[in-house]
Ligand binder design. Sequence first.
Ligand SMILES: [Zn+2]
Length: 468
Amino acid sequence: MKGIDLSVWPPRLDRAYRPAPGEKYWFPEIECAPRAQLEKIIFDKLRAQVRYAWERSPFYRRKWQAAGVSPETLRSLDDLARFPVVQKSELRESQAAHPPYGDHLCIEPSQVARIHGTSGTTGRPTVFGLGRDDWERIGEAHARILWGAGIRPGDLVLICSFFSLYMGSWGALAGVERLGATAFPFGAGVQGQTLMAVQWAQQMKPTAFYGTPSYALHFADTARREGIDPRNLGFRILFFSGEPGAGIPATKKLIEETFAGACIDMGSTAEMSPWMTDGECFERKGMHLWQDIVFTQVCDPRDFLPVPDGGEGTLVYTHLERTSQPMIRFLSGDLTRWTFAPCSCGRTYPRLPQGIYGRIDDMFIVRGENIYPAAIEDVLRAIEGFGGEFRIIISRKEAMDELLVRAEIAEAHEPRRAEIEKVMRERLQARLGVRPRLELVREGELPRTEFKARRVIDDRDLYRKGTS
Ligand SMILES: [Zn+2]
C-alpha cells in the first residue's frame, strides 16, 4: 500500500508520502475498506499491540492476570471486550507507585522524547511520556485525518489554543506540519492575545482555524468590536477539540454562519493522542471513529460491552500503534451514540452523529431527570435572540431540586424579551422534561471563557453542608 507498510508492527510510515491535492483520501484502501477487511487490519494491529504491552508493562500483565486474560485470549476482535477497562484513577495510582511515568510505560524513561500531562485539577496530575516514533505517528495520523477534513498543503492554519501541558495544540501543529500546510502556532491565554490574533489574522489571511468552539465565538466577538465581520477573515475550515460545542448542531450552525466556513468537530481525550481519531470528515455528519489508528467502541457504562449500532454509551479506546504508554480499553467517561450507517464521504468507519454530548459524571439529575448541559446549550443556541452565553445553576429549596437557567438576550432583540423568554422556557421544558426557572440577562453580562467553558454551578452540596 502506498505510504504505509502494514506487514510490520508498528506500521512503517513513509514520511515523504502525501496524496495529490485532488485526492479525497490519504489512505483510500484503509479508509474505504469493506468492514471485514478493515476489521482484519484492526485485529492484526491489536494482537501485536496487546502482546507488546503484555511483554513490556507490569501494569497490564498484573491487571490482565487478575482478570484471567492474556494475549492468547484474543482470537477475534470481539474478544477484546473480555479485557478489563483502564480507568484514569489506575493511571494515577500506577504513577504514584512508579514515578514519574508509571509501570504502564513500555520504553526506557530515557527514550521519552516529549512530556505532556493533564493539569490535575481533580487530583494528582497524569504524566504522558511519548517516544519519538510515537510522536511521529501522531503527526502522521493527524495529517491523514485533517486531510479528510479538507485541509490541503495550500492552507494556512491559525492555531489559537494554549501551547502548554495540554496536548491539543501540539497535536494539531504536528498534523498541520506533516500534511505540508503552513502552520501559524499563535497560542492563546495571554491577556490581549485575542485582539492580537484578530489583527494577525487580517494581515496573514489564514484559511483554517483551530481552537475550542467557545474561543472561536469569543474571537468573532473581538473581531466585531474592531469593526471586522468574521466572515471576511477567510476561514475556509475551522476545526475544534477540547469542548463538545462543534458537535452540537446549533453551535455548529452558529460557527458556520459566523465565519462562513466549515465547522469540523474533533477530539477524544488527552490519554489517547492521536486525539483526532474521533474526527469529522468534510461532510460533517458526526465524528468518524478512525478505528484502524485507535480502536474505539461505544460501550455500556455498566458492563463495558460494546452497544449495538445506534446505541448510547461511553467511549472505550484502544491504541493500535503505541510503544510508550499504550492505552488498552481506556474508559473515557464520555457519553455518545454511534452508528454504522454509511457516510456520504465513502469511509467505512462508524460515526458519532451527535458528537460527544456529555460525560457520565457531567450529567446531573434534577427531579429524577438526567440532564446534560450540552442539551441546554443546543436549545438556547437555536433560538433567535439568544445573547450567546448562559449558566446553569442547580439548587435545592424545600427539598426540591431547582434548575435555574440564566441566559443572555441579544441586545437587538430586547424589544422581544417576553416572547423570547416564553420560547426558551417552552423549548427547555420540552427537551429536559423538567420546568426550569429562567432568568434573562443583558448580552455581555456573563463572563466569556477563553478555554473550556464551565457553565454549571451545582449549589446542592453547599445546601446539604449548611443544613446537616
Ligand atoms: Zn464521512
